[in-house]
Structure formats: C-alpha cells, structure tokens
Design a binder for this molecule. Sequence first.
Ligand code: S3P
Length: 221
Amino acid sequence: MQGQINIQPNQQVIYDTDLIRRRHPALNIARLQRLVLTGFMGAGKSTVGRMLADRLGWEFLDLDTYIEARAGLTVPEIFATHGETHFRKLESQALASALGRQNVVLALGGGAPEVLTNRLLIEQTPATATIFLDAPFSTLFDRCMLQALNAPAADPESASQPTELRPLLANPDAAEGRFRTRRPIYRRLARLAVDTSALTTEETVAGILAALKVDRAAAGS
Ligand code: S3P
C-alpha cells in the first residue's frame, strides 16, 4: 500500500559487511554530515535523494548535474565530445569538491564507485555513509527507457532517443555487463542497502530514515 512501509524479507533494509560495521559502529543521523546514494542507472538515486534531503532539511546535490554545471556541457555532450575517460576525470574532481560540503545528500552517477580513488575518497571522508539503492537489471533498464521516453526533447522536431540521456545504455548487453561488475562494488561500499524494486520512493525514503534513526516528527513526514 502506498505510503506504508511493508518490507518483505527480500526487500529488507540490510546492513552490509561486519568489517564496515566494525569501522562505523552505529548508523545514526546524529553522527552523519553526508549521505551518499549509489546504485546503477535507474535506481532512483536523484528522486530518493531529493526527497531524503527535503525530509532531513539538508542540501541535495546530484553529481551529474554538478559536473554539467562545472563543465558547461551536458553528460551526453561530454561523452560525445571528449569520451568516457574525460568524463570520469571530471566526475572524480566533482566528487572531491562535493564531499567538502556538510549536511548534504549526494546522488552519485552509476559509474562513480567503480573508480577506486572515488571509493577511497568516500570511505575516508568522515561522517559519511553510503546507501545502495538496489534492483534487478531488467527493472532498472525499463525505468531508464521510460524516463527517456517521457523526457521533454531539447529540440521538439527531433524526438529524443531512449538512450540519449544515458549514453551507456545504447548497448544493453554491455550495460548489463557493467551492472554485474558494479553490483558487488556498490554492496561493499554501502552501510545500508535497500531493494527498491517493489517500493515507492516514499517507502524507500521512510525505510532509510528509520534505519538512520531519524525522528519521524523531526523529518517532517
Ligand atoms: C553513468 C551513469 C549516469 C552518468 C553517466 C555514466 C554510468 O548517471 O553519470 O551517464 O556509468 O553508469 P546515473 O546513474 O545518474 O544515470
């Protein structure tokens, strides 16, 4: 039911490895200044992140949007003009800058955690917890295609292609390969993982707030 948390065993908000738990004994919003949302394209990082930030009264920052503002180009333009390697460089620089902020919910691009230096940067930034939004590849791929079809075209004369917004989805098999490589990386980096496949955005945010021990009244819900 919409607005009610009904978490099935396979959709549980789960805590990650003992190693990570030992390093950061208790997950509690009072001890945190940054929440980093991770997961593959279509996981809902921006939608969930915006609502989460709103509930916490924190700033929301989408790393792709931040990169675009810094570069003066859209992500597809950066890929088309300069290639993925250059995009990853800009992404790492933007991440380092974004992690300097406080009381921020930061939505990463799906590829950011694949870069070791990015993971180290996130892990070594104090008062920072990473949350992994998980779902099967087919669900994520379908969500991305729907989003692209519903996105307003920059030029109404040329209908936007489903893969225009996310260049790495142009080859679905290669995208699935990336998903398989990245999923264990997302899991290892995360303090908290949420299977969002059967949850609404509202339910996902409510589950995260509960795991972070956020007082419901204080969270404005
Ligand atoms: C990418 C994901 C995109 C964007 C870029 C590359 C990836 O972000 O950073 O197209 O490598 O998975 P979203 O995950 O927000 O779509």
